[in-house]
Design a binder for this molecule. Structure first.
Ligand SMILES: [Zn+2]
Ligand SMILES: [Zn+2]
Length: 342
């Protein structure tokens, strides 16, 4: 009933006139004009907080791995270059013996001062299962990406871990207790052990407030070790920045790209890429392999649970570089951008 009521309210607002149009991924996404959009965003966020978009009944074996299988895959990868998807934008990237954890959100539910969306599914791999983490890398400050309780728990378990955040978000790292917090500006480079991590643009911003008013930066990150290159895009709409990244820094062996939370398009298409946008990002950055993230985990939007994955794969059909993995799944990175399961 609550879902119907809120859904009806948002739909009624969305039925209004359109403002500017966002062109991306070969599609046009008309956005609601302000201030109608601000009101609709308020209802949309109310829907997120109250669990309106939870779709646990749609979760199946395509979404998560069993815990035993996930842990066996993680351990079988050994010291090989690999990536393990831990749900949403949390990924464990292992390159040349370094472990980099992106946008760690390891907890569930509403924590005072750090509200999280409700989960569709529980992650099979938790904090206690992680290998030693060298670098924690944050794309931006939205609550589903920068989660202070998770950062505090991580620094307690891995006191030597370094935190890298977009410029301006460093107070969160200091608050969490990290001894070393790097916050490069766009184009800035951080050397961490064998890795070289460069701050790149994203078509997104940090919005740690109910009305989604931008109050901080967002980055994509170029992560390199030896000849291996990985692009991590936490949240982004489509934009010409990806063509520029592809021209100046591509090709990438692996790109992690967001494919979910693209509905209601009239509210969020200037912040989030739809699956077709994500497929175009893979083309633009010349990714050998692209894994879709930012789906299947948190109840952030009304699209059906498996739709991001299905649409991402069909939008990428033909060149075979797009992959969808299950939460907890590890892929070993081979030379030339191919990957296999351990
Ligand atoms: Zn975001
Ligand atoms: Zn997000």
């Amino acid at each position: 009933m609550r879902r119907l009521l809120l859904g009806g309210l948002v739909s009624a607002l969305l039925a209004g006139c359109h403002g500017r149009t966002v062109s991306s991924g070969g599609q046009d996404h008309p956005l609601l004009p302000k201030p109608l959009r601000a009101i609709a965003l308020g209802f949309h966020h109310l829907g997120i907080v109250t669990g309106t978009y939870v779709r646990r009944d749609e979760a199946d074996d395509h979404v998560t791995l069993d815990r035993d299988v996930a842990l066996a895959g993680l351990s079988a990868a050994g010291n090989a270059d690999s990536v393990t998807w831990l749900g949403h934008s949390t990924a464990l990237i292992r390159l040349k013996g370094m472990s980099i954890l992106t946008d760690p959100v390891l907890a569930d539910g509403i924590v005072l001062g750090a509200p999280l969306p409700h989960r569709h599914v529980e992650p099979p791999i938790g904090l206690a299962d992680l290998p030693k983490i060298d670098v924690v890398l944050i794309s931006h400050g939205d609550y589903d990406h920068l989660h202070l309780p998770s950062l505090k728990a991580l620094v307690k378990r891995f006191p030597k871990a370094r935190l890298i955040v977009p410029d301006g978000l460093q107070p969160f790292g200091e608050k969490a207790g990290f001894a070393r917090v790097d916050h490069p500006r766009e184009g800035g480079v951080v050397i961490a052990g064998a890795t070289r991590i460069t701050a790149l643009p994203a078509v997104h911003a940090t919005r740690r407030n109910f009305l989604a008013i931008p109050d901080g930066k967002a980055n994509s990150w170029d992560i390199r070790a030896g000849t291996r290159s990985v692009l991590f895009v936490g949240d982004s709409a489509y934009g010409s920045v990806f063509r520029d990244i592809g021209r100046s820094r591509g090709p990438f062996d692996l790109a992690l790209v967001p494919i979910g939370a693209f509905e209601p398009a009239t509210l969020v298409s200037d912040m989030h890429s739809c699956p077709e946008d994500a497929a175009r990002i893979l083309d633009d950055v010349r990714a050998g392999l692209g894994i879709g993230i930012h789906w299947g985990t948190f109840a952030l939007s009304p699209e059906p649970l498996l739709e991001p994955a299905d649409r991402f794969l069909s939008a990428s059909a033909g060149h075979g570089r797009a992959r969808v993995v299950r939460i907890g799944e590890t892929m070993i990175l081979a030379r030339g951008g191919t990957a296999g399961r351990p």
